[in-house]
Design a protein around this ligand. Structure first.
Ligand SMILES: [Zn+2]
Length: 248
């Protein structure tokens, strides 16, 4: 199963909090496809990688076209599937920020937030994080030509140590894959785990100002395909207040 969001853009994974098209723990996994190549945003939890690959096949995109997997951050529901997807598609280059690279490659359960998440019952008690090496260490504002567009990494520590949002520009459309950093209506995701800080949001949220974002596509919950900048601007506004912004 998959969901087509617009031409060449698909949701190929997403668990019980989202579209329910892959393992229940998976964040939303997006596939952008161009004439020559394609890329993925995030890898899901790793609990059923084959299902995500099956969904990619169903879109008609040949997996051999996928050049990059851009990681928003290493938490289990986003980074746990990277190793398994690379095993199925060894040609994929995994791209991440330096802070998230360390966690993906060797983060402890404590650092990955898994100790607390398991206590809460959010992960199976026997879930073991599949560590995986990173091929490309990103720099803030680094961009790539991919899937017939340009994708730019915007570092936004806050939800996690070094979360990355990805701005994808194609056919004059500007799409922000915001990971867990920003949801609709300016909602953020500060969590009670290692690496999650309001300080990070305060220092970095302004980087999303003036990006003229059309589609705001987070890793969970709702998305919007139009007027995304209004939602991001609301987050910037709320982070300027002394009270905590709304959180999910
Ligand atoms: Zn997360």
């Amino acid at each position: 199963m998959y969901i087509r969001l617009e031409q060449g853009l698909y949701m190929v994974g997403g668990g019980s909090g989202g579209p329910g098209i892959s393992n229940y723990k998976d964040c939303n996994v997006y596939l952008a496809e161009g004439e020559q190549d394609a890329f993925l945003i995030d890898g899901g939890s790793g609990l059923d990688n084959q299902l995500i690959l099956d969904n990619i096949f169903e879109t008609g995109c040949k997996p051999e076209k996928i050049r990059y997997l851009f990681l928003t951050h290493a938490h289990g529901d986003h980074g746990g599937g990277v190793k398994g997807l690379k095993a199925l598609m060894p040609w994929i280059k995994v791209a991440a920020s330096l802070g998230e690279k360390r966690l993906l490659e060797e983060g402890s359960e404590e650092e990955l937030g898994l100790v607390a998440a398991k206590k809460k019952g959010a992960y199976p008690a026997d879930y073991v994080y599949p560590h995986c090496s990173v091929d490309l260490v990103l720099e803030d504002e680094q961009d790539f030509l991919a899937a017939d567009g340009r994708i730019t990494a915007i570092f936004l520590p806050g939800h996690s140590v070094e979360s990355v949002c990805y701005l994808f520009e194609k056919n004059k459309r500007r799409i922000l894959f915001s990971g867990d950093s920003v949801y609709l209506n300016g909602t953020l995701s500060l969590i009670n785990c290692y690496g999650s800080t309001m300080e990070g949001y305060r220092r970095n949220i302004h980087k999303l100002a003036g990006r003229r974002i059309d589609a705001l596509i987070p890793s969970h919950y709702r998305m919007t395909l139009t007027k995304g900048q209004e939602h991001v601007d609301r987050a910037i506004e709320l982070v300027g207040y002394s009270s905590l912004p709304p959180m999910m």
